[in-house]
Write a protein that binds this ligand. Sequence first.
Ligand SMILES: NC(=O)c1ccc[n+]([C@@H]2O[C@H](COP(=O)([O-])OP(=O)(O)OC[C@H]3O[C@@H](n4cnc5c(N)ncnc54)[C@H](OP(=O)(O)O)[C@@H]3O)[C@@H](O)[C@H]2O)c1
Length: 248
Amino acid sequence: MSGGIDNKVVVITGASSGLGEATARHLAAQGAIVVLGARRADRIEALAEELTAAGHTARAVPTDVTDRDKVRRLVDTAVEEFGRVDVMLNNAGLMPLAPLERLKLDEWDQMIDVNIKGVLYGVAAALPHMKEQRSGHIINVSSVYGHVVDPGATVYCATKFAVRALSEGLRREVKPYNIRTTVISPGAVSTELLEHIGEKDIQAETKEFVSKIAVGADTFARMVAFAVNEPDDVDVNEILFRPTAQPV
Ligand SMILES: NC(=O)c1ccc[n+]([C@@H]2O[C@H](COP(=O)([O-])OP(=O)(O)OC[C@H]3O[C@@H](n4cnc5c(N)ncnc54)[C@H](OP(=O)(O)O)[C@@H]3O)[C@@H](O)[C@H]2O)c1
């Protein structure tokens, strides 16, 4: 398949809000077939209906990325219905910030399960199809916090550093199969991410800082579109962007 976006089959995890939802809308508007995964079935089903009513092609497959069988079913559904998977966007993630000393062990587990293992399950679900196709594009979502470590964000940073490490290993391993890999590291983007910070004092101070500088989720969607749209012989491996006003 040559570069471009039109008619590509794009699977998106975390498509029920924020970056994933914006990307689904942006790519569908450019002719992509989008297959949407997230736990909130009502959200992705409404989005799929809306996109379909607008003349695009979209499917919703309720998916918890901590369940490897569900992630495999998400990708297999795309292949069964549309014949292939061209792009796998491993975007689902969460950021319940708290200093280590607060010992939020359940949140540590959750971040490791969703932000790291969820990405690995996405890779595992897409890779066999892409190897067989001898084409495909796996896009993983890291963060500025995959490049710098802030106190209070230690475990989240660790998960996003891990996403960069596994993306680089993936890049080097899939060259024989003509598969492209991209890791995107966003800075502050206005989404629902901060709603899931359990520690209310930290949530309030993070919201105050982020609300002053965050850019819209369409910014991320444009980065994805750029990487996908490049010709097949161009592999955009890394994108790091921040709001112009973001110092860290
Ligand atoms: N916003 C930013 O400033 C920013 C910056 C850097 C990186 N990021 C990264 O961008 C990605 C998207 O986050 P966002 O900012 O768009 O936040 P968001 O609006 O909260 O979206 C997070 C998405 O992840 C999904 N998700 C969470 N747990 C899941 C699970 N177990 N299984 C399946 N889906 C799950 C959510 O869907 P359900 O709840 O419906 O399952 C939701 O669609 C994350 O990886 C985040 O770390 C965001």
